[in-house]
Design a protein around this ligand. Sequence first.
Ligand code: CP
Length: 315
Amino acid sequence: ARHLLGIEHLSPWDVRIILDLAETYVDLSRGATKHADVLAGLTQINMFFEASTRTQSSFEIAGKRLGADVMNMAMQASSIKKGETLIDTALTLNAMHPDLLVVRHPHSGAVDLLAQKVNCAVLNAGDGRHEHPTQALLDGLTIRRAKGRLQRLTVAICGDIAHSRVARSNILLLGKMENRVRLIGPPTLIPSGAAEMGVEVYDDMKEGLDGADVVMMLRLQKERMDGGFIPSEREYYHRFGLDAEKLAYAKDDAIVMHPGPMNRGVEIDGTLADDINRSVIQDQVEMGVAVRMACMDLLARNLRAARAAGEGTYV
Ligand code: CP
């Protein structure tokens, strides 16, 4: 593939190739010399039109570990503020011959649109409620390492599913890898088309967590609630916040995940989030760097092959 726009476009085989390569980058990142030159000579530009801690920093570290020249665009200080459109911004940067563009944008579909206008590889770092493919891949790697497989598991995704690109990408990836996916949350935060996504839906934590191997918690994405119903945090924690008592409904060895940023005391108890016997939240962050290294390595190979084959443009 030329771009990484969503899990939607990946086969189970693609997922395995990415995760297997990411394993080698976990080892590299834990080693004494965290460097490989597979992106040497390539330019990576990170364009984040929305706030980010994990995704932006891990894409930057991933690019630098692989030897790319990495530039972080400060979008708040860019000419977008003067009325320049996303496409004009992209075309401007494209004229500087980047090789990898990493883009986060608040609007679903904006990254796909941008990918059609530039002649480099584009990686979706999260677009609106649509997809966050590298998050689902890093979650997949974390699950595979903790459980020894990424198949035939029962995964409960709990919380604000309706506004979550993380949930959507995970539902697609886990389904492709033949896992059973359950969504748990208040009916107002479950997307209307959930039944067609091949998942089971619950509004009760006890029923939904029963027998789960993996419990993935999500935050309330108030920034996407557009003035709609926002539950009271106290009531929400009481019914849907994960603590040790509710986790006991899942399997004894169930792992706890959260993509971050976390709201302690709203969707998850702080002590449980820090319990290294159950929580793999910090592992997810570590896997994020390795998965992003793998994704950029594979896209760069395709980019170089296309250029060697004489494809002048990459659109
Ligand atoms: N999980 C995630 O996307 O975190 P950031 O918003 O901090 O990048």
